[in-house]
Design a protein around this ligand. Structure first.
Ligand code: C2E
Ligand code: CA
Ligand code: CA
Length: 657
């Protein structure tokens, strides 16, 4: 909007086309004069050239007529004057063609030449003085319209002098003083009248122009940030590309996406989200140079186009500046929020030759940057395209997987070393993909989280697990606890606890049948909220297990603060037990901790008998791993109701509480 106001609006009645063609015309001004005068291979004549040419034709016709009718021969003054005018006009034309600057004096000379001729003609044809009055007016007003008001005033002054001189010498002053005075008045007033008219026209013209500019601005810019929009960005990249191609330079395009903008929008409201976007846009604009383009593609996506230039900072420097300037704290209302972003980069000509390809690849690189976590920038690499399109295809297929019954829950038993029987099971998601076969959650859970699909899928897993627990209960005298994995995304949902309660109520089972597995990192994203959530879950009777324990950065103080019931020691610690003394010491410490703080400890990834024996000997009561069973589909899991696993017969007695 501000840009419209500050934009220069041409006040001339004759619009900028003349200027444009003029500059274009001078592209070829190094060619020979005769060539540029009469033969212009790829351009129209500009306005001034056209006028000069018209004068040449007029004067040449005059010369020819004089010669043909034989009234004025070679030596006669009228013929000579016409000839001089012809030569002057030719000189003018060649000058206009060769020199691109619009010298002021050139116009004044043209006016003087025109009026000089009009004066001479008037004076020469003594009796025809009155008839030449319109000629004077035409010259003056014509010059005013052509060159602007200033020239018109100049022309009027000259005209007044010349015309009065001509009329005085033609004898009109002495024979008809009234007519003479009337003509003089007319000569002053008529141009004045035209001046006013031109003023009005100019005003109307500039208003129209402003309206047109504003409409154009609205169509090409994003209203919220005032940045060029998607359509206009394409035009800008086209132009930049053309320049880069001509100058054989590089062009860098940065595709930027704010991280977690959706969460900001959800938690603070759209108004704040918009406000933040405007601030980010300002920050970006302040970093780049005038010649660079910052555009908003929509949502929280921005594109910065950086042209390579010899002077000023290079693309690398600018991108680093963008990073430090944009990724920072922003205040929205009374809140402060830290904004991070992901950025994909492409460089012309390496990564593409046209706008479409470059933008597509930049988007791909941005996607790869997102995978790396917040505040990363990544240059495009051709192998990314395949990966990204695979991921996108997988995301689209995942949307339908649930409805099409392609998802399935497998169950991996957790064995109680005291009894050797299955005490609980971990529900693990599987995707029976029609083309790719059975997919492990590591291949699609992240996609589900990014796309928000994890919410319906997670709910479905809980429902399935509860149904399995009910079936188990029906055939076994021992109850089973179902461990279900919950991602950070699900925990952030306000309705999470309510949904869990509804699912348990619907199953008709006691709530202690459910144990939600949460990773340390998911809880640590917002410890205050996590604490509240765990308390609420405890209130409804659902237990919580700390998954992958030891792999995050949890401190003992969090362990004290967060009311978890079960700790699952990560497989990476179990792998080298009992050979690795350090791992043994760590696992031993966790077991002691669990014992003292009254947390049940589950060892994950138990694959060998020696691991099992060591764990049981050191007081680990619950064991999970391939040694006992891989994750299996529901029917095979239900077959385990009566199974008794061998759990270190030598040491069962030493197992603690
Ligand atoms: P996790 O929670 O750590 O689950 C344990 C993983 O270790 C499972 O992999 C399991 O098959 C594997 N595992 C168990 N015992 C052994 C063993 O003895 N040796 C080896 N090498 N591996 C063992 P899976 O099923 O591929 O699941 C991978 C991850 O996907 C899980 O890690 C969990 O974080 C996530 N996940 C699974 N199902 C769900 C779900 O329904 N929702 C959410 N949000 N995440 C899920
Ligand atoms: Ca787990
Ligand atoms: Ca785990």
């Amino acid at each position: 909007m501000q840009q419209t106001a500050s934009r220069h609006i041409s006040g001339q009645v004759l619009p900028a086309t003349a200027e444009r063609t003029e500059t274009a015309a001078h592209a070829g001004n190094r060619q020979a004069l005769w060539q540029t005068l009469f033969f212009r291979p790829n351009g129209r004549l500009n306005q001034e050239q056209g006028q000069a040419l018209a004068r040449i034709l007029l004067a040449a016709t005059g010369c020819a007529i004089f010669l043909v009718i034989g009234r004025f021969g070679y030596g006669e003054t009228p013929f000579l004057v016409t000839l001089v005018y012809l030569l002057g006009s030719a000189l003018h034309l060649s000058f206009v063609t060769r020199h691109k600057n619009r010298y002021l004096w050139r116009r004044y000379i043209v006016i003087v030449l025109d009026l000089g001729l009009a004066t001479y003609v008037t004076a020469y044809f003594e009796n025809a003085g009155v008839a030449f009055y319109p000629l004077f007016l035409w010259v003056m007003v014509g010059n005013g319209i052509r060159y602007g008001q200033h020239y018109m005033q100049f022309a009027t002054l000259l005209g007044l002098l010349g015309f009065s001189g001509a009329l005085a010498t033609s004898g009109l002053l002495s024979s008809q003083p009234g007519t003479y005075i009337g003509l003089m008045f007319g000569l002053v007033l008529m141009p004045k009248f035209f001046l006013v008219m031109i003023d009005r026209l100019t005003e109307a013209n500039s208003k129209l122009q402003a309206q047109r500019d504003e409409a154009e601005f609205m169509a090409t810019h994003d209203v919220l940030t005032g940045l060029p929009n998607r359509a206009y960005l394409h035009t800008r990249i086209h132009q930049s590309l053309a320049r880069a191609k001509r100058g054989q330079r590089e062009l860098t395009i940065a595709f930027i996406d704010l991280d977690a903008f959706k969460e900001i929008n959800d938690s603070f409201g759209h108004e704040y989200g918009d406000f933040l976007l405007a601030q980010v846009a300002e920050a970006m604009k302040s970093v780049v140079r005038e010649s660079d383009t910052v555009a908003r593609l929509g949502g929280d996506e921005f594109v910065v186009v950086i042209e390579d230039s010899e002077d000023g900072p290079g693309a690398d420097t600018l991108i680093e500046r963008l990073f430090s300037c944009v990724g920072r704290y922003y205040s929205i209302g009374e809140y402060e929020t830290f904004v991070t972003w992901s950025c994909g980069l492409v460089v012309y000509p390496r990564d593409g030759n046209d706008v479409h390809t470059l933008l597509k690849h930049a988007d791909t690189a941005m996607y790869a940057a997102k995978e790396k976590g917040p505040n990363h920038f990544v240059f495009y690499d051709p192998s990314m395209s395949q990966q990204v399109s695979d991921q996108l295809a997988l995301r689209d297929e995942l949307r339908q997987a649930l409805d099409r019954g392609q998802l399935e829950v497998y169950y991996q038993p957790i064995v109680d070393a005291c009894s050797g029987r299955v005490s609980s099971a971990e529900a693990l998601l599987r995707w029976n993909h029609p083309q790719r076969g059975l997919l492990s959650p590591t291949q699609f859970i992240e996609i589900a989280e990014h796309s928000g699909l994890i919410t319906p899928i997670g709910r479905w897993v809980v429902g399935e697990a509860l149904a399995t627990a009910a079936l188990w209960q029906a055939v076994s005298d021992e109850p089973v606890t179902m461990h279900v994995n919950v991602s950070a995304h699900q925990l952030r949902m306000d309705s999470f606890v309510d949904e869990i309660r509804e699912l348990i109520d619907a199953s008709g089972l006691p709530s202690c049948v459910l144990d939600l597995e949460v990773t340390e990192s998911a809880l640590l994203q917002d410890v205050g909220r996590a604490e509240q959530l765990l308390v609420q879950l405890r209130e409804i009777g659902v237990r919580v297990a700390l998954d992958d324990f030891g792999t995050g950065f949890s401190s003992l103080s969090y362990l004290k603060r967060l009311p978890v019931d079960v700790i699952k020691v990560d497989k990476s610690f179990i792998d080298e037990v009992p050979a690795n003394v350090r791992d043994c010491a760590l696992v031993d410490a966790v077991l002691t901790l669990g014992d003292r703080l009254d947390h049940a400890i589950v060892a994950e990834g138990v694959e060998t008998e020696s691991q099992r024996d060591w764990l049981v000997m050191h007081g680990c009561r619950y064991l999970q791993g391939f040694l006992f069973s891989r994750p299996v589909p529901r029917p095979r899991f239900l077959d385990l109701t009566d199974a008794v696993f061998e759990t270190a017969p030598t040491a069962v007695a030493s197992v603690g509480s």
